[in-house]
Design a protein. Structure first.
Length: 95
């Protein structure tokens, strides 16, 4: 299983983002519970967000993103997915 960093850019309509966010977070929670989502959160200016996924391939991560309400409802305007390697982990010192 590989790790992937995902950088997302959102639309500028903060009200629309807030409207869709509960469904988006439900989707993220399902991915977390399934062991696919490692970390996730929005940027403090709400211009986008970042997530770390574990998956077999970039295609699998993109399939997960395609089902996200932020994608289906047009909140995400750009998604960059890159393979990522964990070197330091504050939650697990010594990794």
């Amino acid at each position: 299983m590989a790790m992937f960093a995902v950088m997302l850019t959102y639309i500028e309509d903060k009200d629309r983002i807030a409207q869709v966010r509960p469904a988006h977070r439900d989707h993220l929670k399902r991915q977390f519970d399934a062991g696919k989502l490692y970390h996730a959160g929005p940027f403090t200016d709400d211009s986008g967000g970042m997530a770390i996924y574990t998956a077999d391939s970039e295609a699998e991560v993109r399939a997960i993103l395609a089902e996200d309400p932020f994608t289906t409802e047009g909140i995400i305007t750009e998604a960059t997915v890159k393979g990522w390697e964990l070197v330091f982990n504050a939650a697990e010192p010594g990794t």
